[in-house]
Write a protein that binds this ligand. Sequence first.
Ligand code: PA5
Length: 461
Amino acid sequence: MDRIRIDSTNALASSVGEEHGIGPSELASLEKPSRAALAAVLGRRERDLRWLDLPQQAAVHEAILDYAASVQGRFENVVVLGIGGSALGNIALQTALNSPYHNLHLPAGLPRLFVLDNIDPDLVGEFLDGFDPGTTLFNVISKSGTTAETMSQFLIFREALIARLGEAEHREHVVVTTDERAGVLREIVNREGYASFAVPDGVGGRYSVLSPVGLLSSALVGIDIKGLVAGAAAMADACTSGDLAENPALHYAGLQWLMQSRKKKPISVTFAYSHRLASLADWYAQLLAESLGKRRSRAGADVFAGPTPVRAVGVTDQHSQVQLYTEGPFDKWFTILAVDDSDHTVTIPRAYEDLEGVAYLGGRTMNELFQAEREGTRIALTEARRPNVSIHFPSVTPHVVGQYLYLMELAVAVMGEHYGVDAFDQPGVEAGKIAAYALMGRKGYEKRRAEIERGRGGATP
Ligand code: PA5
């Protein structure tokens, strides 16, 4: 079985020196806390961290595949309406597991996929102008079922569907993913009779990619969701040991904690050396930022905790960021996502053999060049004493991507224990949502609106 492999040699003091790299005693100091952290996280599996069990939900996976089969060939477009944890996983899976040109060169019988994770009127308006709702299926995704961005999009596209298809038929063009019971979106599903899937209790937005939130749109565009969840399940099995050296989630979580707490590196760069993995780095950025970026510790003290995630793509960002990474402040550590085997081999033709500046490329492959550039960056970072780890994807398959998703989710949950914060709430996001409701005049938020107006001299948008 192809397994993800973490190589952390270049994050160690033996590679980048004691000031920036982790020494054996520092790693050893984490053994007990890591064991305790894992027990604390896994101990909540039955109670409130139900995302740990998502790979085992075979009946849900079958229901998703049945729905996808029932609509196959009926739609030219699938549009996800969602934001944050209700969109980033969908984008990451599509980018990783379908062709970058999927929407241009559609495989037979499959629809295009669009994820409208913004309410910029130019994004939504352009879509309204250009697409026929009559050939489009909308997957409305909101765990809370109240998010203003998603609900406003839903209202707009529902109206367009009804105008084009009529009240009854429009219902065939909507499938909703939301909480099983709570929220206005569930109430709407009940009234309209839309097809729907549930985001189970204990599955927060950024931990929901392996639920119907991420799996439904993936199945609709032909991604092997069984392979994905099998990979996640395999990683769950590989992460049961309390031993730091054996459990990759404990290992990665420990590195993150030591890099920030001991090595003064508040910035965590995920450097995806793969176009296909670039959006996984975006997905991870949200997972890390929303889970650990917290004002208060679990004990209630002000801690203002959290690493700052940064996402870079190789080789593109070699020509943009690497100057800063190798010579700028020592405030970052790096996770290189490396793909060992690409699906394609692209050969560079021989030409201009008398011109050494290009002649050396002729007859080599782009694969060799890509790997050489990745290795070049790794070597440059290490020689500049910038700690870096490499996560090796043997290839980019559903199984391996499923492994990565589960690995990172569990690692971040464990990081929450090291940082002493609640990795599963998002009061900062909620605060912004509440302020927006107040500014939009939503009933029940009058007091907040008055407070805001007082604070800004009575100005309204
Ligand atoms: O991770 C999270 O909890 C958030 O990013 C949510 O996913 C985001 O705010 C959207 O929320 P909802 O799915 O409730 O519409």
